[in-house]
Design a protein around this ligand. Structure first.
Ligand code: ZN
Length: 70
């Protein structure tokens, strides 16, 4: 709950939480539980409008910028 609240106020949490990675935009970094549709798994960022498959977004968010998904 602490991590969720700090994220809400824009404070970066150092360790990467896989649960949050699925809710975090891999394009702009916006994190919200409402970014991802829990029924379809589809990810749509509330901040920048970026959309993609939720699982792919989570993987992309965990990889360093510029690296390619094999
Ligand atoms: Zn975004």
């Amino acid at each position: 709950m602490i991590a969720y609240k700090t994220a809400e106020y824009g404070i970066r949490v150092e360790d990467v939480n896989p649960a949050f990675s699925s809710q975090t935009c891999s394009k702009c970094g916006h994190q919200s539980s409402t970014n991802r549709d829990s029924d379809t798994g589809w990810f749509a960022c509330n901040e920048c409008g970026y959309e993609l498959d939720g699982d792919y977004n989570a993987v992309a968010g965990l990889r360093p910028a510029g690296s390619k998904v094999a």
